[in-house]
Design a protein around this ligand. Structure first.
Ligand SMILES: [Fe+2]
Length: 429
């Protein structure tokens, strides 16, 4: 009897330990479990997307309806039953690629650490009630992922879409299960084919995206159609430029004391990129931190041997210096790469002591790997002089930026084990 009790206790302890392990990795479940919902995802006509608003008191929404249904509604309130909900003003645009309407709305006057509930209509049919919770005013925690590139891997068309969507969902679910994230930065190449509404549907299918806003960069797979701009209702995206690609040209927003700027590095006009950064810095002069995101990596482990990366050294990097950007987040390369501090195209004298740069002169460039595992690239045999650390283990990964007061820390994790593999801190004294 005593032995049986001990055995039962052991089983209980082991199962508790196993449940803690499951929680700490927080994965979406096995592929087979996830696959059971695939037919429903495939049948979906699309999903609503949340995007950060101009600052932490706003939230932007974007969704599509059929060409025959142009008058759609969205309501938002603090009560779960929507008894206090108000109608948001909506604005619609025709998306010629999907031959459908895009509806945009903005919620304003949001309070910190508060849950809001919303419901919207598609083709006059009401959605279920979704919710999101705003972040704390004292700290900013952001998930950085890139190159989900749904549609890129190999196999039959069905296998490709399932593989890429599962990988993407798993990265989001793991990151959110283990971190208190305010919003997502997605570094571009959200989909393989910009003209494919179907790929956007798969990109937007993870349920996390009904509760967490995503600010996405324009990748070289996104820039050439208007689909990107119909799926992301970006704040402050009306900057004048002599030239912009159909997807747009970059935008910016403030969150607590951090200014986030997103530049379209496919744009070959340096003046267009400079204007976005300049306008952002002028509109939010009091931001303590400046974070820039663009698809191409000018100072990656391979010395920007990709022609578009080299191009970004000329068309964006000079303005990263001019406007004192603290960190530049990149994608495109499908490997992980973190630079030394860079200024004027050179490694600065800034010293990294025990993983901390204090009052650095230069900017840190960080490139994340594919968030879906749809494609990986080699890091080459030789590390560029600009690079401090690089990794290619052909595993999906993500980074978390945590900004509190004078400290910005970026920590990177493998999705499959949630094991941390790199961390770096910038301190401003
Ligand atoms: Fe890519």
């Amino acid at each position: 009897m005593q032995k049986a009790k001990k055995f039962l206790s052991l089983i209980l302890i082991l199962s508790l330990f196993a449940s803690l392990l499951t929680f700490s990795s927080g994965a979406v479940g096995t592929f087979e479990e996830w696959q059971q919902g695939w037919e429903e995802i495939k049948a979906s006509s699309g999903y609503i997307t949340l995007t950060p608003g101009e600052d932490e008191t706003q939230m932007n929404f974007s969704w599509q309806s059929s060409f025959l249904s142009f008058d759609e509604q969205i309501v938002i309130g603090k009560s779960a039953d929507l008894s206090d909900a108000v109608n948001l003003k909506t604005k619609r645009e025709l998306n010629i690629f999907g031959f459908e309407w895009t509806h945009n709305a903005t919620a304003t006057d949001l309070e910190a650490e508060t849950t809001y509930y919303y419901r919207y209509t598609v083709n006059k049919v009401e959605s279920e009630v979704y919710s999101f919770t705003t972040g704390s005013a004292d700290s900013t925690t952001v998930l950085f992922v890139t190159d989900s590139q749904i549609g890129r891997s190999s196999g039959t068309q069905e296998e490709i879409y399932m593989n890429d969507t599962y990988g993407w969902t798993q990265t989001l679910d793991t990151a959110f299960a283990n971190n208190d994230i305010d919003f997502i930065l997605s570094g571009g190449d959200q989909v393989e084919d910009s003209y494919s509404e179907e790929q956007y549907t798969y990109y937007e299918s993870p349920s996390i995206l009904r509760s967490a806003p995503v600010a996405a960069a324009i990748g070289n797979h996104d820039f050439y159609t208007t689909n990107y701009s119909h799926h992301f209702n970006n704040p402050n995206d009306n900057t004048f430029s002599l030239f912009r690609w159909p997807a747009g040209q970059g935008y910016y927003f403030s969150y607590n004391d951090v200014l986030f700027i997103v530049v379209d590095s496919n744009n070959f006009l340096p003046s267009a990129n400079r204007r976005v950064i300049k306008n952002a810095c002028e509109d939010y002069p009091d931001a303590k931190w400046r974070v820039l995101m663009m698809h191409h990596s000018p100072f990656d482990v391979r010395g920007a041997d990709d022609i578009a990366n080299k191009f970004a050294r000329k068309t964006v990097a000079p303005f990263v210096d001019e406007f004192d950007i603290d960190i530049c987040l990149n994608g495109h390369d499908h490997y992980y790469s973190r630079s030394h501090m860079i200024k004027d195209g050179k490694v600065t004298d800034d010293v990294c002591e025990n993983g901390v740069y204090t009052n650095p002169e230069g900017t840190l460039y960080l490139t994340q790997n594919s968030s879906s595992g749809s494609n990986y690239s080699g890091i080459g045999d030789e590390m560029s002089e600009h690079c401090a650390f690089a990794l290619q283990e052909k595993r999906t990964s993500y980074s978390v930026l945590n900004i509190v007061g004078n400290t910005l820390t970026v920590t990177s994790y493998h999705t499959d084990t949630n094991e941390m593999f790199d961390t770096i801190t910038i301190e401003k004294e």
